[in-house]
Ligand binder design. Structure first.
Ligand code: ACM
Ligand code: ZN
Length: 710
């Protein structure tokens, strides 16, 4: 039965997004240099096909595409490109049109810059899957990426940051480059939506022009993620003059009907203390009520003024759903990212909305498999299936007749943890294809089982283009771990987040290939082994290989009575260190009650002032194990030593999540633990935010708990 289904699916053209209506007939049209005369693209504004839609008739002798718009013909061409295989186009009859007019994808060059070439690559791919808006997030705390001629320091100062380790990250787009990208996108029927963030997420601008902030303080650099308290000052007229000047240059570059003004995650702490902001609040008579605090109303006032500025230049405002706080501007369109609630509230008030809820599957920076083995990410969990199954029209809006205000959906690709172009691609694909299908295909034509088969063809297309993408890794149910231990026998089970053709493995240290042993059932080990395992796709490509050590060990003996120590002995060394090997200098004793107190020897300051005192700290203690057995340890500290042996070494990895879990066999009784913690910032992650110290669980169970210090 499954084989039959697979055969039927193989015969159906592998289109993404699936067309609204399609009939497949027998036979095919042969593409030759001479046959191009028999391929007709006809534009007829009166043909009655919806904007962006098209019809396509492929017979053995002719190909006819018809549309009422150029965009429709462009999409007919994309469909034909996808249909063609080995010079043949199957005979089909297609009537196709999009479900949503807003089919967006978002790029964030602020946290990690990407070149014009790489940006065009995304536009090219997305357009071929019928996406039509690129939301370009051009300004943020960590970087200002658009040249503004009136304010050259925005890119001279705000376009460069020096990271914790002294490396420099920089880049911006000249106005000429922006015009080039916008034109390139327009040729592919993609509108570029610029985002200029206000009043929060603006440290890059404030670094360049300190007068924009409430305290007008100089901020020398900013190299961590999160939302700082330092934001623009809506108490001052300077902020609005600046933003109007910027907008005046922006709108000359972008023909987009809309401009995105951000508006998200603006901390209000500085406004509460700022004389100018408080004077503005008094002058406007803003008062806290059930709709929000006085400061939230001040934000609403600032957004309304932005709406006025944009209207003056004939443009409309889009903002993140925080622009609802304190009251929505009259004509704003809302991008709902903190779930759907903001979008629903705005649509009920009659505003257009674009759904891009983070935890519901539209944030393509979220991890797409087991975070223990996937590359470090911002977290959460969005598999391909979850991204595919998201539907942007909530029942509540249908029930209230407001579903028409959902003009579309968008996937966002924030780049805090995207350290390379190839990793950006890995995070976007193939999940962006899932979003493309939801954006275009009628809901009742969507089908996950069919999509997950069709997606393999789209992935092969990425291979042809030299673009990286995610293939599900073999994962251990209940939590993956690369350093396994057993005392007499280990049984190791694997699964994948979605079906793959097979998992293949070796146990002799060699790299697996498509021809290696196929995983059929849980693997048993009675000898120390290096297991290498990968997923194999239907088209013969392997996922990255996991290397797992499965070690036979005698349980480590418990400490003798005289070596048992109560409490924690800890010391601290001031300095900027990246790895444990670099720690040098005088150490002084510090008092801590719990291992996790190692992270609180200095206060957390989200604003990263130059005065921060970085340090390394070590702690030694004893802990008790009730039963002899194998235990798994996890820590986002830098190192964990058990009984004098280095078990976990996070090296110079980004310590966002523990990804070097390891097992040890321990005898019942007391054992020693040493922890090395470094307060530093690696890859933009500020380790003082880690609070988990050392966790342990009996291997094979999922009952993690803090290590019990004596
Ligand atoms: C957002 O993710 N802060 C819009
Ligand atoms: Zn202020």
């Amino acid at each position: 039965m499954l084989k039959l289904l697979a055969l039927i699916l193989a015969l159906v053209p592998q289109l993404i997004p699936a067309p609204a209506e399609m009939q497949v007939r027998g036979g095919s049209f042969k593409v030759t240099p001479a046959s191009s005369a028999r391929i007709e693209y006809k534009l007829d504004p009166e043909c009655g096909i919806p904007a962006e839609g098209y019809s396509l008739e492929v017979t053995r002798t002719r190909v006819r595409a018809l549309a009422s718009t150029e965009a429709g013909l462009f999409y007919a061409r994309q469909t034909l490109n996808q249909l063609e295989e080995n010079g043949q186009i199957p005979c089909v009859s297609i009537k196709d049109y999009p479900r949503f007019s807003w089919r967006g994808f978002h790029l964030d060059p602020c946290r990690h810059f990407l070149s014009v070439e790489e940006t065009k690559k995304f536009i090219d791919i997305m357009a071929s899957y019928k996406m039509n808006v690129m939301h370009w997030h051009l300004t943020d705390d960590q970087g200002w990426r658009i040249q503004i001629k009136k304010y050259p320091r925005l890119t001279e100062v705000g376009g460069t940051r020096t990271e914790f380790d002294g490396s420099v990250h920089q880049g911006y787009y000249t106005q000429e480059e922006i015009r080039d990208v916008v034109a390139y996108a327009a040729e592919r029927h993609v509108t570029v939506l610029p985002e200029i963030e206000m009043p929060g997420h603006a440290i890059a601008a404030i670094r360049a022009y300190p007068g924009l902030s409430c305290t007008k303080e100089t901020v020398s650099t900013f190299y961590t993620w999160g939302s700082p308290d330092i934001v623009m000052c809506p108490g001052s007229e300077y902020m609005f003059e600046f933003l109007e000047d910027v907008i005046r240059e922006v709108i000359r570059l972008f023909p987009s009907e809309y401009v995105h003004i951000g508006g998200d995650e603006c901390k209000k702490a500085k406004w509460e203390k700022c004389p100018a902001c408080q004077a503005r609040i008094r002058a406007l008579g803003l008062k806290a009520d059930e709709k929000g605090t006085a400061e939230e109303k001040l934000q609403s006032y600032a957004v309304r003024r932005m709406e006025g500025i944009l209207a003056k230049y004939g443009r409309k405002l889009i903002g993140w759903d925080e622009i609802l706080e304190g009251g929505l501007s009259p004509n704003a369109t809302v991008m709902s990212w903190r779930g759907e609630a903001g979008g629903i509230a705005a649509a009920l008030e009659g505003h257009d909305v674009i759904m891009t809820p983070s935890k519901e599957g539209m944030y393509l920076d979220h991890v797409q498999g087991d975070p223990k083995i996937e590359p470090v990410s911002i977290g959460n969990y969005t598999t391909l299936e979850k991204a595919y199954n998201y539907d942007p029209v909530p029942q509540e809006l249908i029930d209230n007749g407001k579903d028409g205000h959902v003009i579309g959906l968008q996937c966002n690709n924030w780049s805090e943890y995207i350290y390379s172009d190839s990793h950006r691609e890995y995070m976007l694909f193939p999940r962006a294809f899932a979003v493309a299908e939801t954006a275009w295909t009628p809901k009742d034509r969507k089908d996950w089982e069919s999509f997950r088969v069709r997606v393999d063809k789209a992935c092969q297309d990425l291979d042809d283009r030299g673009v990286n993408y995610h293939i599900p890794l073999p994962e251990q149910p209940g939590g993956s771990c690369d350093h396994l231990v057993f005392t007499d026998k280990a049984v190791v089970e694997f699964t994948t987040t979605r079906p793959v053709a097979a998992m293949v493995y070796t146990v002799d240290g060699s790299e697996p290939t498509a021809k290696s042993e196929r995983y059929q059932k849980p693997l048993e080990f009675t000898r120390t082994t290096t297991l290498k395992i990968a997923s194999l796709t239907s088209y013969g490509k392997l996922s990255p290989v996991r290397t797992i050590t499965v070690s036979k060990e005698e349980p480590w003996p418990a400490l003798p009575e005289e070596a048992v120590q109560k409490g924690i002995r800890a010391s601290r060394t001031d300095g900027r260190f990246v790895t444990a090997a670099q720690i040098t200098g005088p150490a002084r004793e510090v008092k801590v009650e719990r291992l996790r107190d190692l992270t609180t020897l200095e206060p957390f300051d989200r604003n990263m002032p130059d005065t921060l005192q970085f340090y390394a700290a070590q702690a030694q203690a004893c802990f008790k194990v009730k039963e002899t057995g194998v235990y798994r340890f996890s820590s986002d500290c830098d190192q964990v030593w058990i009984d004098g042996k280095l078990l976990i070494d996070n090296g110079d990895q980004v310590k966002r999540f523990s990804r070097e879990d390891a097992e040890a066999a321990l005898q019942a009784g007391v054992h020693s633990v040493k922890v090395v913690y470094i307060y530093n910032v690696i890859g933009g992650w500020n380790s003082i935010r880690n609070k988990t110290d050392v966790q342990m669980t009996k291997s094979g169970t999922d009952k993690w708990r803090r290590i019990d210090i004596l």
